[in-house]
Every structure is written in structure tokens, then in C-alpha cells.
Design a protein around this ligand. Structure first.
Ligand SMILES: [Zn+2]
Length: 390
């Protein structure tokens, strides 16, 4: 949660009308943007540059337009932002990595990779609260000024432009293009974590959930032998282990006060689960099967009966292809095949693996079953061809 982006009112206006009647809407209508920088300032220039990014975001093909999901995340952000609700605009983007980003003008981007990885509403709320923290503390303008002051090229561009925000737009665009814009420093990340933590405590969520999510993300990344944190990231961010330690300690201090808390699991699942298969598919196609195995195994440990997760775990094993993985894949597919709500693709996967292992009868049975469930599948001609060969 090192990056943040902003969305705009044009997108949200229809959304607000959909969720009329929701208490969060009244809160939005009563709240006013906390801050708007003068157009004659460097911060005004930064906002102008970011507003261009926001326009691009509104047209992005990655934008997730599901109304229920947008209303749910916007409502959660609004509750966490409290009186600053109207200043933050949420854009959900179909990007399969664990992240949310916050831009200085109040645009928040939430990636579907985060929605897939959060196990409950409390975990999601922690990340959103963290991003709101970056916004309220105005971390972007601090980074912008530091980069400008230490970069002679940017300083030259700004020379003679003092007092005219429009002259800072090029600087800001440059920073955005080079990624410097997104680099919050260690102290800012710690401060944002405190915001996230305080936000979930204030709203009655289980305070340990922030640390739980961080731990899960560390485990996932450590499962990947190819992953190395970029050096700039490592240099400017508190280590994930430090974050977990500090968040866990604070959570136990709060828990010791024995207040009743919730993780918001039921509501979260109601919204997320109907949309999840597309995100599981995108995650699988991200090309990091070691991480996908870790992620899908974790999700499955909370939902042991989910045929959908069993299928995707099997596919992740098949893609990872380490010793014994094909057997694990078959085991996962067979568990899925015996459950309710099984995806038709399970039978295709079982059939193709059986074919590979020379088990013609089993292969034929599974492939026929697949086509019976999905006669118009994109690959039906190829599957029909295989069946004829068996
Ligand atoms: Zn952050």
C-alpha cells in the first residue's frame, strides 16, 4: 500500500444515486472536502497533474463497474474517512496484485488483487484506512517537495515559476512517470499504518486483522524463489516483519481491554464471493504459480468446502509443476469434482491430466462431462477432437 490513486465525481455521481438511503450517503452529503490547495502553489500543480491521471482512470478498461461492489467499498471508505468522506473517490481496478494506492487529490485506487487477498472486512478496512492516512497526512506533497529540492533538473524547471501552480505540473508529471511520486518513506508508511490500525479499532473491527493480512502477504511472497524486493522499495519501507511485529503488539494491547470486536466476515463474503472467480482466473494467469499456490491454499483453509478454490489450487499446482504437483493437482480436482457448485473446467482439467497419463477411459469420461456442462465452451472443438481420439 505504497501507492494511491484518485477517482472523480463524474464516476461516483451515478454510484451515489444507487446507494441513496445508505447512511454513508448522508455522511458524504454532509461532509465537505477537507482541503483544496491554492492553484498558485506547488501543491495545486501536483493536484492538476493528478487530475489528468484521474481522467485516464475513469476511462480505464480495467475499471470494475460492478455496482454492488463499488457501493460496498465506497461505503466502507466513507465510514473510515468520517468527516473527510467527500474528499475520497474510489476506483476499483482489475489488477491482480496486492495493492491500493492513494493520490494527493483524494483518488483512491483499489486493486482486485487486494480484494482477493483480504479474508474479511476488517483486513480490507485496515488497508483502506492506511491509504486514507497517506491522504490526510498529505504525504505526496512532502515527497514531491523533497524530490524537487534534491533534483537539479526539477529545480531548474521550477525556477522563476514560484507562485504559479501550473508551472509545477510538468514536475509532477515527471515524478509520476519516474515512479518517484509513489515512494512514501518509512516514517510515512509507519504513520499510515497507525491510521489504518486506529481506523479499524475505532470502527469495532478485530485489531489483529491488519497484522494477519501482512503475515499472509509475506508468506505468499516468500513462497516465490524468484521474488526480490526492488532496492528502492526495501530502502524506503519498513520491513514487512517490522510492520507485523508492531501491529501485533498494538493489537494485543487493545485486545487486553476486552472490547467486543468483529471481523465483518459475513458481509464481506456476501459481496466478494460472487465476483471472485474472475479474479482467481486473473491471479492464476499472472504467471507466479508459487504465490498462487500459497494464496489459494490460505483461502481454502478458511473455506474447505469451496469447489471453486479447489479447482484453482489444482490449476496452480499444475502450473507450478514441481515434483509431486501433478498428483496434488489431481487430488484437488477430484475433491472439487465431488462438491456442489463445481466449475465445469474441473472435468476438463481432470480429463487432460488423465489423457497425459494414458488413462483413456477416465480421460474420455471427464472430457464428455465437461462438454455436457459447457457445450459452447471456447475450446469445445478441440475437446471434441480429443474425445474422438480416445
Ligand atoms: Zn502505504
Amino acid at each position: 500500500m505504497t501507492r494511491l490513486a484518485v477517482t472523480c465525481c463524474a464516476v461516483l455521481a451515478p454510484l451515489f444515486s444507487i446507494i441513496l438511503g445508505n447512511p454513508a450517503v448522508a455522511q458524504m452529503q454532509n461532509s465537505i472536502p477537507i482541503f483544496r490547495p491554492s492553484l498558485n502553489s506547488d501543491e495545486g500543480g501536483l493536484w492538476m497533474a493528478v487530475e489528468e491521471i484521474e481522467k485516464d482512470t475513469q476511462r480505464s478498461p480495467l475499471l470494475v463497474d460492478d455496482e454492488t461492489l463499488n457501493a460496498y467499498v465506497t461505503d466502507l471508505v466513507c465510514r473510515l474517512a468520517g468527516r473527510n468522506c467527500a474528499s475520497v473517490r474510489v476506483y476499483i481496478l482489475e489488477i491482480p496484485v496486492f495493492n491500493a494506492t492513494m493520490y494527493p487529490n483524494g483518488m483512491m485506487n483499489v486493486f482486485t488483487g487486494l480484494l482477493l487477498r483480504a479474508e474479511n472486512e476488517a483486513q480490507l478496512a485496515f488497508v483502506l484506512g492506511h491509504e486514507i492516512g497517506h491522504f490526510l497526512e498529505r504525504h505526496s506533497i512532502q515527497g514531491f517537495r523533497k524530490a524537487r529540492d534534491t533534483n537539479s533538473f526539477l529545480a531548474f524547471l521550477s525556477l522563476g515559476a514560484a507562485g504559479a501552480g501550473v508551472n509545477y505540473v510538468a514536475d509532477a508529471a515527471n515524478m509520476i512517470a519516474t515512479g518517484a511520486f509513489y515512494a512514501f518513506n518509512r516514517d510515512q508508511e509507519r504513520q499510515a499504518d497507525v491510521h489504518g490500525f486506529n481506523a479499524i479499532v475505532a470502527h469495532g473491527y478485530d485489531p489483529i486483522q491488519g497484522a494477519e493480512l501482512w503475515k499472509a502477504v509475506i508468506d505468499e511472497q516468500e513462497a516465490n524463489p524468484r521474488r526480490r524486493a526492488p532496492s528502492t522499495f526495501a530502502a524506503t519501507h519498513p520491513s514487512p516483519e517490522e510492520r507485523v511485529r508492531s501491529l501485533t503488539q498494538r493489537a494485543y494491547e487493545i485486545k487486553a481491554q476486552s472490547k467486543e470486536t468483529t471481523d465483518g466476515l459475513e458481509r464481506f463474503r456476501e459481496i466478494i464471493q460472487p465476483l471472485r472467480s474472475q479474479w482467481l482466473e486473473t491471479e492464476l494467469n499472472r504467471g507466479e504459480p508459487e504465490e498462487s499456490v500459497a494464496l489459494f491454499s490460505r483461502l481454502l483453509s478458511n473455506e474447505t468446502e469451496s469447489a471453486e478454490l479447489q479447482y484453482y489450487l489444482g490449476e496452480a499446482y499444475r502450473k507450478r509443476g514441481e515434483e509431486g504437483d501433478l498428483d496434488k493437482a489431481v487430488e484437488a480436482f477430484e475433491s472439487a469434482a465431488g462438491s456442489d457448485g463445481v466449475p465445469a473446467q474441473v472435468h476438463r482439467s481432470l480429463g487432460l491430466l488423465a489423457m497425459k497419463n494414458g488413462k483413456k477411459v477416465a480421460a474420455r469420461d471427464s472430457l464428455i462431462r465437461y462438454l455436457a456442462l459447457q457445450p459452447e465452451a471456447d475450446d469445445h472443438e478441440m475437446i471434441r477432437f480429443y474425445i474422438d481420439q480416445l
